[in-house]
Write a protein that binds this ligand. Sequence first.
Ligand code: NCD
Length: 297
Amino acid sequence: MRHLLGIEGWRRDELEALLDKAQAHLPGKPDTTHILRGKVVANLFFEDSTRTRTSFHMAAKGLGASVMNWTQSGSSVSKGETLLDTARNIEATGPVAIVMRHKSSGAPHLVAKHVRCAVINAGDGTHEHPSQALLDAFTLRQRWGALDGRTVLIVGDLLHSRVARSNLLCLKALGARVVMCGPPTLIPPGLESLGAEVTHNLDAVLPQADAVMCLRLQLERQSENFLPSIREFSRLFGLNPAREERMKPEAVVMHPGPINRGVEISPAVADGPRSVILEQVSNGVAVRRAILEVCAS
Ligand code: NCD
C-alpha cells in the first residue's frame, strides 16, 4: 500500500516504473480485472470534476473493483461532519483506496495520516494534482519515447493551478526543461526554486517548445482583480492560430481541461492537428489503473 499525495516524494525510477505499468492498461491489452477483484475503491469528490472522477471510476472498474462515490452535497459533510470523521467512516466500510479531491491544499495529506488504506490525491486546492501530471507525462512519452532534453512550455494561470505544480515536478524529474509563462500577477513565488524558467513573453519562448500546455484561466478565483481584463489576458497569453505558427512544426498542444474556449486557447488550436487534448483524457484511464495497481493492490 502506498499513498499518492503528490509528485513530491516520488523518485524518477518510481515514476517511470508507474508509467511503464500504464502501458499494460491501454485499450486492447489483456484483461486486468483480477488486480482488484472483490475490492472497493472510494471516490470522495468535494469539488466539481468531470474527467478525473469518471476516469478514476473507470480505472477502478477496469481492475475489477467496485466503486463507492461520495460528493459534498449528497453526504453528511453538508450536515457539518468533519473531513476526518467522514474519511474514518468511509474507511470503516473497507475500501483499499480513497481517491479524494478537496478545495483545501493538504486535505489528502491529513486524511492519509489517519487511515490505513491508500490515499490518492485527485486535486487538493492549488497544491497538487499528481494523476494529471502522470497522464500528461505518459502522453508525451508516447510521442517522444523519453522526455530528456525536451522543452515543455506551461502557459496561463500558474498561481491557481495544481496541474502546473505537479507537472513541473514530474516533468523535471523525468528530465525535461520546463518554461512557465503568464502575467506577473498569476505567477506564484518559488517556481524557479523548483526548477522552472519563468517568463512573461509568450511569443519569445513559443519557438523553443516541444509541447505547449495551456492552463485554464480559473475564472472562479479572479475576484481579487489579478487581471485588468480577460480580453487582455487572451491577447497576451492565449494560444491562437497566429501564435501556433511560431511553434516548431512537430510541437504538440495540451490542456488538462476544462477549456475556456477563446480565452486561454482558441477553438481552432484546441481542435486542430497539434492537439493531444483528447489523447490526454484517454490515457488518463490507463494511468489511473496503474496508480491504483501500484498504490492499492
Ligand atoms: C483541473 C483541475 O481540476 O485541477 N482539471 C482536471 O482535473 N483535468 C484543471 C482546472 O480545473 O482547470
